[in-house]
Design a protein around this ligand. Structure first.
Ligand code: GRF
Length: 187
């Protein structure tokens, strides 16, 4: 199965996916980010499909050219790993049930880019991580796996996020592998 990882981030989740033995064919970034170095470290083809920020950003057009790019590489499964661009409905229609995401909260609580900060601000005692099938509704879609993470006295956003990511680094690869097996059995 040909797999692409989309990321905007530091790349530790990408690194964990590749190190787990999952064969990643393509890494796409939407901005200059440290994940580029992780792709290079593993000699994975890297495409910088950069976006603009601000009112000039054309989400439909960006998503359409991204879908075309992935199709031109015969990508069959799209794995988002800290990808900061919301993609259009049409993108998900091009890859139905073929886009996965990991999110640093127990969805449906604390959707969005600041999930860890929001959980701390709310004062919950337990948060966690969720792997789900991504849809055009941000941080929604069928849940494939979840694990809780307890919030400790003195936690700040960074310390809590790091403990959540320690879970994501094994839970996401495991769940991706299970999902690939399921798709291969169905085909
Ligand atoms: C992860 O917590 C992921 O759930 C979130 O972005 C983070 C990426 O982590 N969407 P890293 O930058 O790869 O370490």
């Amino acid at each position: 199965m040909r797999i692409a990882v989309l990321t905007s981030s530091s790349g530790s989740i990408l690194d964990a996916i590749v190190s787990s033995g999952i064969n990643v064919d393509l890494v796409v970034v939407d901005r200059d980010c440290p994940a580029c170095n992780i792709a290079k470290k593993h000699s994975i083809k890297l495409v910088e499909h950069l976006r603009s920020f601000g009112p000039s950003f054309d989400r439909e057009s960006y998503s359409k050219t991204l879908a075309e790019l992935l199709k031109s590489h015969s990508i069959e499964l799209v794995v988002m790993a800290g990808f900061g661009t919301v993609l259009s409905k049409e993108f998900f229609e091009d890859f139905p049930n073929r886009v996965l995401n990991t999110h640093p909260s127990l969805l449906p609580a604390f959707k969005g880019w600041h999930a860890v900060r929001d959980a701390l601000l709310y004062g919950v005692k337990v948060t966690g991580t969720t792997v789900h099938i991504a849809t055009d509704q941000v941080d929604q879609g069928p849940i494939l796996a979840q694990e809780p993470v307890r919030i400790l006295e003195g936690d700040d956003e960074q310390s809590l996020h790091e403990r959540i990511k320690q879970i994501e680094r094994w839970l996401y690869p495991k769940t991706i592998k299970e999902y690939i097996n399921k798709l291969e059995k169905e085909s």
